[in-house]
Design a protein around this ligand. Sequence first.
Ligand code: DP6
Length: 322
Amino acid sequence: MLGEKITARAHTNIALVKYWGKENEQLIIPANSSLSLTLDEFYTDTSVQFAESLNSDEITLNGNSVTDDKITKFMDIIRKKTNINTFARIESTNHVPTSAGLASSASAYAALAAAGSKAAGLNLSEKDLSRLARRGSGSATRSIFGGFAAWNKGTDDESSYGYSIEDPVKMDINMIAIILDNQPKKISSRKGMKISIETSPYYQSWIQQTTADFQTIKDAIKENDFTTLGKTAELNAMRMHSLTLSSNPSYLYINADSLEVINMVKELRENGVECYYTMDAGPNVKIICQNDKISEITDKLSDKFSSNQIKVSGPGEGIKYL
Ligand code: DP6
């Protein structure tokens, strides 16, 4: 029924095989398939309620009233699908422990797709929800699902969707996020990946390599092979970051603190503590490790970083209505 307030929760995800470039910017069709782990600790709760009395969408983010063209455009997609001309009240809260830096468009648009479509009277399958979430932000396609999830590249709106690879996750796997900077990024992922696909001379090699990485990680999940998964995820992340360096103009998300964490991971590994690093479109580093290594890694990190910069998370669940 239109007018009912619907609330949905979506968790953020960290890609093990990164998405970096669009074949179709308007529909957000990626240039390669990607694969991620949904995280338990970081999530977004969003409620949507359509109301005849409104003259525009009323958006509240973390308690503050905002105007956001991307959100309004996303709501227009839902309105068009359902022939609704009514605006909505949208309230969204990011649950990212204290100093944030990990608030992501992935959980935001997955939660908005779920709450918005249901509030508009749609009852979408998870696959169709993932296609809708994709229109807000590519990485949101995977946040509909818990555990290991993938985004099938596809070639059009119909064939570009997310799916579950394994949920609940059987592998012993965690991510330790080190929050080095919680400022908005200088070059958004949207802008950065556009520069890379248009100007990096290595872009075609990236597509070939990342397609192979996708298969390697998929097989590693099936075989419960943490080592292959970790090694490949680390390589894939650095392959993505080398696209930023080889773009024109070149840009860089890795800063001095990120490098320090990367070196710590290498040192830990040399001392027999198995762990791997990954990074997205910002300086924060995420360390991939198993349960019995968490305390050694966080001990080492606390030589340099405060405890509220270090967040440990296990696999999280898929979209749910509250
Ligand atoms: C590095 O999903 O934020 O995190 O589709 O333009 O909204 P848009 O981009 P976004 O890009 C995510 C990039 C990444 C890798 C990944 O999550 O796969």
